[in-house]
Design a protein around this ligand. Structure first.
Ligand SMILES: Nc1ncnc2c1ncn2[C@@H]1O[C@H](COP(=O)(O)OP(=O)(O)OP(=O)(O)O)[C@@H](O)[C@H]1O
Length: 473
């Protein structure tokens, strides 16, 4: 029997309708499971007699329903490239910055395509408890061996957890995904170029080291601790790392996690090729553990900012430091696939040494105030300027004044349509000079008083030295 193009498309529509009726039947027709299974089995056989296609289903959450299928993700990406022009019913997904809309096939929608002279269909359907399912209808098994999806870029996701998420229902997920489209890359990151190169080399070495990790019997994971004042680019670096590796990102909000059991489920439910991020770790977890008991009331009050409860306070509802470390070192590490774990903090000196010891946080990276090299990169990115007569003045000021890359970038942004490079660089110089003046006034105010800023600085430098010693490359 020869099928013309028109007949093919008719067959496709009929088949889509049959799929839809099948889904309704599964969901709404009363009767025992055995009866439904029987009808489905004989129905399928009858269809197979007249319909020459085989069906291959890809569940989004196969097996135990915890891990997202990598095959499903690859197909989703593959289809994402051309569904918006070919499918009639699409569903929209807004990316995190709210500026772009990503379209994908809606439930029960189908698209047909020609694969090496063979017509195939992709059909999307909702399938409880497997989440979304994509079915692939090739004509014969020989087609399968040639179907590859690796030519497409994977559409990456940013997963977040939040307190209100219910995942008691079998198909509801504890992570909420959005399309990950953060524009930060290592090229846009202002930092010491030598440090930057060291990090990219470290990441490259990590992704190529599967066999090595197997050989030494260690889980294929690498921990990064990013520390530094607010606005120095910790979050931007995480995005740059994820973009560099083409990994998904799991942004774990620890304060929304009820207890260690929930934490374990969340971690097990992450996939390989991902970056697990816990931002501001010092604010999310009581890092003091048992030692908190020995402290005075005043100290306890100050540290009460830690949003989760101490192990001693309420053993039924908490995430503990030991719980977090156990999962990261233990069960979760055995889940397979390469993973990067990133902790960020503005107060590295507050962290428990157990958390950042070698083997857990393998690489410690300080993100600091803007250096001249960082400024030049920002000037190139923000103003398209590689050299300028005002650069010398800015270099001297940056040596005298601590300004974060976020503030430098903000000052470089044109404030009106008339602002050219001269105006923007002038704005930055004014801001740096103002900061310098403020510093002078502060120093005068503190003169003769207790050892404060310098003492703090010395303490900070001492703790930084401690941490740098711990870092590996
Ligand atoms: N090193 C940097 N290079 C380029 N841009 C930067 C850098 N640091 C900060 N920025 C700019 O400032 C904004 C804020 O930076 P980011 O959120 O990455 O800082 P952070 O260190 O994570 O801050 P926080 O500790 O408050 O979370 C970024 O969106 C980026 O535009």
């Amino acid at each position: 029997m020869v099928f013309t193009g028109g007949m093919w498309s008719q067959m496709g529509s009929i088949f889509g309708t049959l799929m839809f009726l099948g889904a309704i039947f599964q969901q709404y027709i009363p009767g025992s499971q055995q009866l439904r299974d029987l009808i489905t089995r004989y129905g399928n056989r009858a269809v197979a007699l007249v319909y020459p296609y085989i069906q291959i289903k890809f569940h989004e959450y196969p097996g135990d329903g915890f891990n997202r299928s990598t095959a499903y993700a690859a197909i989703e990406t593959y289809l994402g490239a051309n569904t918006s022009t070919r499918a009639k019913r699409l569903k929209g997904d807004v990316v995190k910055d709210g500026r772009s809309l990503v379209l994908s096939m809606d439930d029960q929608e189908e698209i047909a395509e020609e694969f090496e002279g063979v017509r195939v269909w992709w059909v999307a359907s909702k399938n409880i408890p497997h989440g979304q399912t994509i079915s692939f209808y090739p004509r014969g098994e020989e087609v399968l061996s040639d179907v590859t999806f690796h030519r497409c870029h994977r559409q990456r996701k940013l997963y977040t957890n939040s307190k209100g998420d219910t995942w008691g229902g079998s198909w509801k997920r504890m992570w909420s995904p959005v399309v990950f489209e953060h524009p930060a890359t290592f090229d846009t990151l202002a930092m010491d170029p030598i440090k930057k190169k060291e990090i990219t080399n470290d990441l490259l070495a990590f992704i190529k080291a599967k066999a090595y990790y197997e050989k030494i019997g260690k889980a294929w994971k690498r921990g990064y601790l990013l520390y530094g004042p607010p606005g120095t680019g910790k979050s931007s670096m995480i995005a740059a790392m994820a973009n560099f590796l083409e990994y998904d990102v799991y942004d774990l909000e620890l304060t929304a996690v009820k207890d260690n059991t929930e934490l374990r489920k969340l971690l097990i439910n992450t996939s390989g090729k991902s970056v697990l991020v816990i931002e501001d770790i010092d604010c999310s977890l009581d890092l003091t553990g048992q030692r908190k008991k020995k402290k005075g009331k005043k100290d306890e009050k100050e540290e009460g900012d830690g949003l989760l409860k101490n192990e001693d306070e309420d053993s039924s509802s908490k995430v503990t430091l030991s719980g977090l470390l156990n999962f990261i070192d233990g069960l979760w590490s055995a889940c397979g696939g390469e993973r990067i774990i990133v902790f960020t903090t503005n107060h590295v000196d507050k962290l428990d040494p157990a958390l950042i010891r070698r083997g857990r946080m393998d690489k410690h990276v300080e993100l600091s105030y803007c250096c001249f090299e960082g400024f030049k990169l920002l000037a190139r990115n923000y103003l398209d300027v590689g050299a300028h007569h005002l650069f010398d003045k800015i270099r001297v000021l940056l040596e005298e004044v601590e300004m974060t890359p976020a503030d430098v970038a903000e000052n470089l942004m044109p404030k009106s349509a008339e602002d050219d490079a001269d105006a923007c660089l002038g704005n930055l110089i004014r801001a740096l000079e103002m900061a310098k003046e403020e510093n002078k006034l502060e120093d005068v105010g503190e003169e003769g008083g207790e050892e404060t800023k310098c003492g703090e600085l010395r303490e900070k430098e001492a703790s930084t030295d401690r941490v740098e010693e711990n870092g590996t490359s």
